[in-house]
Design a protein. Structure first.
Length: 150
């Protein structure tokens, strides 16, 4: 009887807490929001990567088709994945569709922006400028911190 009482009291509380932790997307706000951006440190002439979240609060899908950075003349959208041999592989993506009312995360082991052969060292504590271009003619200018993965 005691366990039934605890279940009746605690279960709704746990449901309420888990519901509070979910991130709500903008409600048809006709906004695209870029958040949680950061980039890895890297040496000039080597490689680095940038990560962020794209939140599409609009009622229409949009497509990210290009990313530029003042740190490199060559930036590419990539997807990391595990191939048939169990090895991690990476493949350039010509675009990324961001469905309406959804969030797409660029993260380690998944989608990310490759900063190929940066012209200067990307030092922890500095920032990196990015420009994101969408099919809707939306353009975002971002400055993301350079930091190590936590």
């Amino acid at each position: 009887m005691k366990s039934i009482f605890i279940t009746i009291i605690i279960f709704p509380f746990l449901l309420f807490c888990s519901a509070q932790e979910k991130k709500e997307l903008p409600k048809s706000s006709d906004e695209i929001i870029i958040s949680d951006g950061w980039a890895r440190p890297g040496k000039a002439g080597m490689m680095s990567a940038a990560y962020f979240k794209i939140i599409n609060g609009t009622s229409s899908a949009d497509t990210l088709f290009s990313v530029e950075s003042d740190a490199s003349t060559n930036t590419q959208i990539h997807l990391s994945f595990q191939n048939e041999d169990g090895l991690m592989s990476m493949e350039e993506q010509p675009y990324v569709v961001i469905p309406a009312q959804s969030e797409v995360e660029f993260k380690q082991g998944g989608l990310h922006v490759m900063i190929i052969q940066p012209t200067n060292d990307l030092l922890e504590g500095d920032s990196l400028s990015l420009k994101l271009f969408f099919n809707s003619m939306t353009k975002f200018d971002l400055k993301v911190p350079i930091r190590s993965f936590n």
